[in-house]
Design a protein around this ligand. Structure first.
Ligand code: SF4
Ligand code: SF4
Length: 284
């Protein structure tokens, strides 16, 4: 099964949750799709076995065939092309490689070329946990092609934990789509609630079932639970604000290694997801 872990905003503890889930059960694969700022490796300390370069496609114009008719500029929805009548300028950052320009070019003057956008790393944490992450090259505007390649590391027979980028951009949607279930990690603050609402709307829109973990839980912030109850959203886990958890995190130690209650809660959560996909509420 595929469980994605996402959050409307950064800093909620999403990676800690994702890495903890992957660590408490055997037979897991952890895939860090937060390729602009991967930090799952800091908590899991994997042994990297191999790296591979990842490329994206861009259009290449053959000026021996091009007659500057301008059709490619006309069909480009992303305004990535300009026709100077003696040269077609491509703004690489704006090209989404939709292929329209190539498809519609009457002179068949457009072919593909490849551009390196980052690296993908694979390895293992131990015999029970396979690890993969990606590092997007600085200056690359879209992480989606790299995330697509990373998701090919999903192993159907295992429990796959996808650590999504924060926010609700294309990168988040690419990471969570195809998941059996998504865990949204939030925190007991107005910002946390605001961004949670946006993330929940996105998941509803793309039809992925989800539940919520409230990290750094503060019971006095009632608005969070009111919103979740009013909208019939499952609270999977409440992790209280705890100085020891923060200290462990700052040393790169997963809190589940020092906290049996938390470890059991995460293991129970995965078990529930495996059997029902509608997990019961757990308090720590
Ligand atoms: S559509 Fe083809 S022939 Fe026309 S300007 Fe573009 S590349 Fe040149
Ligand atoms: S591949 Fe698509 S986005 Fe890129 S230049 Fe061609 S039409 Fe525009």
């Amino acid at each position: 099964m595929i469980i994605s872990v996402a959050s409307g905003k950064g800093g909620t503890g999403k990676t800690t949750v994702a890495a903890s889930l992957a660590s408490v059960k055997d037979n897991c694969v952890y895939i860090d799709c937060d390729v602009e700022e991967p930090n799952g490796h800091l908590l899991l300390n994997p042994k990297i076995d191999f790296e591979e370069k990842v490329y994206k496609k861009l259009p290449q114009i053959d000026y021996n065939k091009c007659d500057f008719c301008g059709k490619c500029v006309e069909v480009c929805e992303f305004n990535a092309l300009i026709n100077l009548k003696f040269e077609i300028i491509l703004f690489e950052e704006m090209c989404h490689w939709c292929g329209s320009c190539k498809y519609f070019c009457p002179a068949k003057a457009i072919t593909d070329r490849e551009k390196e956008i980052g690296v993908l790393r694979c390895g293992s944490v131990n015999e029970h946990l396979i690890f993969a992450d990606g590092i997007l090259k600085i200056g690359e505007i879209s992480s989606v092609p790299l995330i697509k390649e990373l998701k090919k590391k999903v192993i159907k027979e295992k429990i796959n934990i996808i650590d999504s980028p924060p926010g609700t951009s294309c990168a988040m949607i690419e990471s969570v789509k195809d998941s059996d279930f998504c865990i949204l990690v939030t925190e007991s603050t107005p910002f946390g609630l605001s961004d949670l609402k946006i993330a929940a709307d996105v998941l509803n829109e793309i039809g992925i079932p989800f539940g919520v973990i409230i990290n750094k839980y503060k019971p006095e912030f009632k608005e969070m639970e009111n919103y979740l109850n009013d909208n019939m959203m499952d609270i999977l886990l409440k992790i209280p604000f705890d100085r020891k958890i923060a200290e462990d995190y700052s040393k790169g130690i997963l809190p589940v290694f020092n906290n049996n209650e938390l470890k059991n809660a995460f293991a129970g959560l995965i078990n529930n997801l495996k059997t029902t996909k509608v997990p019961e509420k757990t308090d720590v």
